[in-house]
Design a protein around this ligand. Structure first.
Ligand code: MG
Length: 715
């Protein structure tokens, strides 16, 4: 059984330059091969256009190979954080590739010809969360490894104090959103569904054809109405201004890549009503859309006849409006800059950690109105804010832990990100029909409304319940299903969960179903008492909670163990959180210092090696796994990772220390003699070959690393 190591973009890719050769050298001690597969954005783009490239530029589609592998019981994949590319990022990658002589086509600004449509479609495959839904052929098991949790308790990270007078709050729609308009249908038998739009004159158009479903699959549909959305947004902008709060909007445009950029675009239009009233037609005619963010609107305005005027009108809008929360004050980047800059699962925990503050244009922290338009999951953040207002900031030294068992297999609850979400051009009816032509779900829509459907398979649901029970059993921890009785989809899931729980052995286990807001209160009460709880959630809460709780407990979500037990019997080990990936790569380019923390990759590797050991009865792989875990714990304890409060240490240096500690841990094992083949010289020369700036150049005292040099090379 080999291990597949994915090469992605930005910081994790840079870090792999030094880490992967070390990993390969150590894994070889147990005769385990570690092979790289390139699933970076440029590689995915190149794979889309083989006919335009020279043979040497062509790129096999690593995603197709990995997708195939996920059904194999021998799949053992370490998935590093990858980029969920926005259109501006795809365009930047295209420019970079073209500059290197790779003849990929420009991104079509407007779709006129069939060729434009084809090119758009191919680029569409690289957009947003293009990787995760393919690899996640299983549900998710995420938790803080004990080494990481005990480190966090011993070395609690800084948390901003909370005041009882904090005026920070969440604003969310009170109706006519995805939560309120949701309808659901459980397939009584295998069937084939279609999604149709019927306009007001009765003409039908197929939006999506041939969606196969099996008996027991849950299908739901909902619509977010753009009229009420705009009314809501207008009111929040006014409210932030009147109350003197920072205005911020929190979406997930990466994962919900169809719906959320549109909602983001409406936020920009609501913030700059005068601009769009006066120049909206001109901007649209020139191919500008607010959905790509303010930066994309402002860039190239000088090419428009009224460019200077429009630019001034935007500035007037900023001057008139409430103060905007900033992403990067020094660089003048606001919350409205680009749809992917503020991602709710990272931005809300960051705000909660910082006393409920975000950064204002003057570079000072202030109370914030956090606008989360759809109310499906907004309430859980309000509960955390209320809790901090009452009880003060969380104390990482004493906090318990909330782990997660998340539903995500077979694209379960991939809301808004896939081929079943549509922005309607006209008023009419959207229908879901079965093979017999019966309408099973339908919504009346107005022009501009965003309609979405999603499909959750019975197989995924059954596996999710089983995984929850097995985690509750293995950890001896209460498990809570977070399901909302006011939502149609969640009511259907509650029935399924109760039915499948009856088929499991739950004797002696504490397993309950609670509404998300109640489950949040319950879990917060427990972690404040130092107690652990398993949150068992759908796909979105999986994503949100596995950032929220780790960021409170550990200061980062990058050190979570994230295992995907695949339905086919293999495993994917996901590593880290990619949120800091772009900034750290940029800092490396500017300063030569690289601060990416590879602990997540290392934890995943330890699990992946253990999986090899269990599956192939390879005792040496088990030794590598155990010794690596010891080495990680020491690495953290000694402060030898960039994220352990050590701002000086460089990623490459940290890898060197890891190699040293791992080697030391192997000294008293049966493979010590083999380990002696990995000499410091070999490790250092690997590091030198691959480092852009060598450690020597920076005067790093690596040469005197006592941990390594004091050790006899053979035992
Ligand atoms: Mg997340």
């Amino acid at each position: 059984m080999k291990i597949i190591w994915t090469l992605t973009d930005e910081s994790p890719r840079l870090a792999s330059l030094t880490l992967l050769p070390l990993v390969q050298a150590f894994a070889a001690l147990a005769d385990v091969k570690v092979e790289a597969r390139d699933i970076s954005l440029p590689a995915r783009i190149r794979a889309q256009f083989p006919e335009r490239l020279t043979p040497s530029q062509r790129q096999a589609d690593g995603m197709i190979e990995l997708a195939r592998l996920t059904s194999s019981p021998s799949a053992n994949i370490i998935k590093l954080p990858n980029m969920s590319a926005s259109v501006p990022q795809i365009k930047a990658a295209i420019t970079e590739l073209q500059a290197q002589g790779v003849n990929v086509p420009d991104y079509p600004g407007a779709v006129v010809t069939d060729e434009d449509r084809d090119i758009r479609r191919r680029y569409g495959k690289t957009k947003g969360s293009a990787v995760n839904p393919v690899l996640r052929e299983g549900n998710s098991d995420r938790r803080a490894p004990s080494s990481v949790k005990s480190y966090a308790r011993k070395h609690p990270h800084h948390m901003g104090r909370w005041s009882r007078d904090s005026r920070t709050n969440v604003a969310t729609m009170s109706g006519d959103d995805f939560r309120a308009n949701e309808t659901t249908w459980v397939a009584p038998a295998a069937d084939t569904l279609a999604i149709k739009f019927i306009d007001e004159s009765g003409v039908a158009r197929v939006l999506r054809d041939a969606v196969p479903v099996s008996a027991g699959d849950v299908v739901d549909a909902s619509v977010l109405r753009v009229g009420p959305l705009r009314t809501f947004l207008d009111a929040q902008i006014q409210r932030a201004k009147t109350e003197g709060l920072l205005f911020s909007v929190h979406l997930k445009a990466t994962m919900m890549k169809v719906s959320d950029p549109i909602i983001f675009g409406h936020t920009i239009q609501a913030f700059f009503p005068a601009v769009f009233e006066r120049y909206g037609a001109e901007l649209a005619a020139a191919g500008y859309t607010p959905d790509h963010g303010l930066a994309s609107l402002l860039s190239g305005l000088d090419r428009l006849p009224h460019g200077a005027e429009i630019s001034q009108a935007f500035q007037d809008g900023i001057d008139d409006g409430p103060a905007l929360a900033m992403v990067d004050v020094a660089r003048g980047i606001t919350n409205l800059h680009a749809p992917n800059d503020v991602i709710i699962d990272a931005s809300m925990p960051a705000m909660i950690r910082t006393s409920g503050h975000m950064w204002g244009p003057d570079g000072r922290e202030r109370d914030t109105l956090a606008v989360i338009p759809d109310s499906s999951y907004a309430g859980i953040y309000q509960k955390v804010i209320d809790d901090c207002r009452t009880h003060g900031a969380f104390n990482p030294a004493t906090l318990g832990s909330v782990s997660n068992v998340g539903l995500m297999a077979q694209k379960a609850e991939e809301y808004g990100s896939h081929d079943k979400t549509f922005e309607l051009d006209d008023a009419g009816i959207v229908q879901v029909t079965n093979a017999a032509g019966d309408v099973i779900l339908h919504h009346q829509v107005a022009a501009g409304d965003i309609w979405r459907a999603c499909h959750t398979t019975d197989i995924a649901l059954r596996d999710w319940v089983t995984l929850a029970v097995s985690r509750a059993r293995a950890s001896g921890t209460p498990a809570m299903f977070w399901l909302d009785p006011t939502r149609a989809h969640d009511r259907a899931l509650t029935d399924v969960v109760r039915r499948y729980l009856k088929t499991e052995n739950t004797e002696g286990l504490d397993i309950q179903v609670l509404a998300p807001e109640e489950a949040m209160e319950y879990s917060l009460e427990r972690i404040r008492r130092g107690e652990d709880t398993i949150s068992v959630t759908g796909n979105l809460l999986r994503d949100y909670l596995t950032d929220l709780f780790p960021i409170m407990e550990l200061g980062t979500s990058s050190r979570m163990l994230s295992v995907v037990p695949l339905l086919g019997g293999g495993r994917v080990f996901e590593t880290g959180a990619g949120g800091t990936a772009p900034a750290l790569a940029r800092a490396f380019e500017e300063t030569g210092h690289f601060g990416w923390d590879s602990t997540g990759e290392l934890l995943a590797l330890a699990e992946s090696l253990q999986f090899v050991a269990d599956r192939t009865k390879n005792p040496n792989a088990a030794i590598l796994s155990e010794t690596l875990s010891e080495a990680i714990e020491q690495l953290l304890d000694l402060g030898l990772t960039p994220a352990s409060g050590n701002a000086v240490i460089d990623t490459r240096e940290s890898h060197l220390h890891l190699a040293s500690l791992w080697y030391l841990a192997l000294r008293h094992t049966p493979i010590a003699a083999r380990a002696a083949q990995i000499t410091p010289t070999a490790v250092l020369s690997t590091l030198r070959q691959v480092s852009h700036t060598t450690l020597e150049d920076r005067g790093t005292p690596w040469a005197g690393t006592p941990l390594w040099n004091d050790v006899p090379l053979s035992v």
